[in-house]
Design a protein around this ligand. Structure first.
Ligand SMILES: [Zn+2]
Length: 311
């Protein structure tokens, strides 16, 4: 009997131990697995931004990152618009704008993969009357996808670009991934570019300029997409030929003028170039790292930002 009772006690003790263990494990799973709901704030009266009847962008702000969020950016825009130290122009006017008593400043956005984030930044700039330039990436998933040997465009892209250009007053530019197109997609880049520009311009998207995209493939195969342009100098890496596996490709090149581009964003001879793709002491560059008030009047500045970093 004793033995049995003892056995029972031990068993119920084991049960208790198991029960506590299960409770503890449940707590642990809850603690680790259940991420705290991300809080979204709506500081704007427009809680959403309408692109079409079917496409609506949530205009909420997440404050998960201390600097890279829309509220911090809003404060930066507020500072820029209230200051008389800056003459803010879109990139198409950058080269021909000079000033004796102001810093000439252009805000450049390479939209890359996140067009919703671009719309949210553009909305905030519009609020402060700031005009800037947004470069649409033709190899991004929102723009289209490769099907077989062809590239199928997503025609909804035009509504986003019209929102940026017509409703918010910004310039639209072409973010060039053309060497990637030739190398990775095996799509003839000259014909492709001609067609895409025709499509955009026929739809009243006024494209003046282009900037080059730093695709992941650029780092693997060592090329700049800027090398599509005859005007772009050899900046190291593979200027003429790229070797991919057993194939060697001659980079197709053409002139900016052929496509009625008036500028390439890397050839604007600015005095200062800041970009949130640069890292300083391991930290992503942001405007808290520079006092723009200390830049002397007459100087010319470009700030390049990637909207996805601010989302
Ligand atoms: Zn890019």
């Amino acid at each position: 009997m004793e033995g049995l009772r003892k056995d029972k006690v031990v068993k119920s003790g084991t049960f208790l131990l198991n029960g506590q263990l299960i409770l503890f494990l449940l707590f642990l799973v809850n603690f680790l697995g259940c991420k705290k709901e991300e809080e979204v704030f709506y500081p704007e009266s427009d809680r959403s931004i309408q692109i079409t009847d079917d496409i609506v962008i949530d205009n909420g702000v997440k404050l998960t990152k201390p600097i890279f969020n829309y509220s911090y950016y809003d404060n930066f825009l507020s500072y820029l618009s209230a200051s008389d130290h800056f003459l803010i122009v879109s990139l198409k006017d950058f080269k021909n704008t000079t000033s004796e008593d102001k810093v000439v400043l252009s805000l450049r956005y390479d939209i890359d993969e996140n067009i919703n984030a671009a719309v949210k930044l553009a909305y905030r700039e519009h609020k402060y009357g700031i005009k800037s330039t947004y470069f649409v990436l033709h190899t991004a998933t929102y723009y289209g996808q490769k099907i077989g040997p062809c590239f199928k465009r997503n025609d909804n892209i035009i509504f986003y670009l019209k929102k940026l250009q017509d409703d918010f007053g910004h310039e639209i530019g072409f973010h060039n991934d053309l060497v990637t197109l030739q190398l990775m997609y095996e799509i003839p880049p000259k014909e492709y570019l001609k067609n895409e520009l025709a499509y955009l311009r026929e739809n009243n998207i006024h494209i003046w300029g282009t900037t080059y995209h730093g695709s992941q493939y650029c780092y693997i195969y060592k090329y700049y997409n800027a090398y599509f342009w005859k005007e772009y100098p050899d900046n190291g890496w593979n200027y003429e030929y790229i070797t991919k596996g057993y194939k060697t490709l001659k980079i197709e090149k053409d002139s900016l003028k052929t496509y009625n581009f008036t500028y390439e964003g890397g050839l604007l001879n600015e005095d200062y170039f800041f970009a949130d793709c640069f890292f300083i002491d391991g930290k992503r560059w942001n405007m808290s790292m520079v006092n723009l008030d200390t830049i002397k009047p007459g100087k010319k500045v470009i700030i390049l930002l990637h909207p996805a970093n601010w989302d």
